[in-house]
Design a protein around this ligand. Structure first.
Ligand code: C5P
Length: 219
């Protein structure tokens, strides 16, 4: 069984996907973390982020995997725990180079399918219901007003200061939305068969409750 959860940054999909996977006792697959992990590695190796062939070559030589630990899902690149590093602003702002390259996407999608083939999975991302798992048993698309999404991200920052003002987070998210929805390959979009949930005025519990009600008949 695959449950697909797509949506833009700050829509609540990571928290919802994690909580749902825990509730069902099944795997949680964070595909955004994989795009981030390869971005981190390419930056470490000073690879030209516009060079698709070079990015594909580095992906061929890279092992990205997850380990579930008490403190949450940990992300590894070639044996190194990069869970924290991949959330840095520089990685976040450069991930579009990786996610905009069809050759690299194809390799990451293969890996995502391989990981999910091991068992029931809640997978979250931008193209899960449309491209990676079009056959998913249930698909959800989470969304929220941009100001609310930015506020959620702003609150998560360790040191929300003036440099990281709410306005600049709104601008960052708007740019990411624009890049994710307009790229040629696998843009973020709602599939016809997905359940759309606007989380703007909902608590996490309300969203989870709604999703569990849809998923329960499957189990
Ligand atoms: O979900 P997260 O914010 O960690 O994703 C980081 C970036 O990775 C997104 O902005 C998007 O460009 C890319 N991504 C993607 N396809 C996915 C998951 C993430 O293109 N399935």
């Amino acid at each position: 069984m695959i449950i697909a959860i797509d949506g833009p940054a700050g829509s609540g999909k990571s928290t919802v996907a994690k909580t749902l996977a825990k509730h069902l006792g099944i795997r949680y697959l964070d595909t955004g973390a994989m795009y981030r992990a390869l971005t981190w590695k390419a930056m470490q190796h000073n690879v030209n982020l516009d060079d698709e062939n070079a990015l594909c070559r580095i992906m061929e030589q890279t092992q990205i995997y997850f380990e579930s630990e008490e403190k949450g899902l940990q992300v590894f690149v070639d044996g190194r725990n990069v869970t924290k590093e991949i959330r840095s602003p520089s990685v976040t702002n450069n991930t579009h180079h990786i996610s905009g390259k069809p050759g690299v996407r194809a390799m990451l999608v293969n890996l995502q399918r391989k990981i999910a083939s091991k068992g029931n999975t809640v997978a979250e991302g931008r193209d899960i219901g449309t491209v990676v798992f079009p056959q998913a048993e249930k698909k959800f698309f989470l969304d929220a007003r941009i100001e609310i999404r930015a506020k959620r991200r702003f609150r998560e920052r360790e040191t929300p200061d003036n440099e990281n003002s709410l306005d600049s987070v709104i601008r960052e998210i708007a740019l990411r939305d624009q890049r994710d929805t307009t790229r040629k390959d696998s843009p973020l979009k709602i599939s016809d068969d997905s359940i759309y949930i606007d989380t703007t005025n909902l608590t996490l519990n309300e969203v989870i409750h709604r999703i569990i009600k849809e998923v329960n008949p499957l189990i």
